[in-house]
Design a protein around this ligand. Sequence first.
Ligand code: FES
Length: 310
Amino acid sequence: MTERIPSGEHPRTPSLPQRPEPQPELPPSPTGERSPTRPIALGFTVSMAASIGLGVVYALGGQVQLEGLLLFFALGGIAVGFIVWGGKLLPQGPYTQERHPLSSGEEEQEEATEALEEGAESLERRRLLIRLLTGAFVALGAALVFPVRSLGERPGGSLFRTAWRRGSRVVDENGRPVRPGDLDVGGVLTVFPAGNTDAADSQTLLIKLASGQYKPRRGRENWAVDDVVAFSKVCTHAGCPVGLYEPDAHRLFCPCHQSVFAVLDGCEPRSGPATRPLPQLPLAVDGEGYLVALGDYPEPIGPGFWNRDR
Ligand code: FES
């Protein structure tokens, strides 16, 4: 006799025993072995302590050897922690699993309970280690920020000014005032503003040209006195003193990287790495016939960080 199936229902299929999904075998339980948590936690703790010590030593004035040692422990502690963590706590695999009977006996149920409890332990352990690792990184990062103080004070406007002022008397390195007639044609002299002979950024080259050689740029017609012109001695490439003058070719040389500046053309660079002309100092004479400055350089002296587009 044939079984009748009510309309709208599918024929029932006899249920088959389900195959278990293959499960990866858990790494061997650490039970009975020395727990790896301790050396990992120790490594991170040592790193944290060393980083804090590094900050303290730096704040107290610094001591290079000690700072190096503390930095070694700060980085080494994290490295040891990672190595032990990777070697002992992470699964080393590959793992295979034999098929086993489908039913769960009493023994397997106990094993599952143990595995669950062990998992809860490892979760706790992971939380602790991650907190320690975060602490080690935060302490190390904070310690590494301290040396920013060693970059020194902010330069402020000092890069845009020198010691030259309107009326500053022009003196040689011994502080003696200079007259235009003190130089012969083709002569060159390093000068400073009076009272500032140690101001490296103010060192200036006085150059005596032959009569009629000076062809001033527009707006600089009155910046020379009796064919004496003045240019900054600080190279616009990297700040070396431009000390060599070739009078026949009217060229100044920088000995550091061989930049060449054309004096008759406003000290424009002709070759070498410098890209800006040497700034010119406007000159005049005072009532006693000594050279004075009409003011500071009209543009910053030295390396041209402010003028990179040239
Ligand atoms: S500093 Fe003068 S060429 Fe480099």
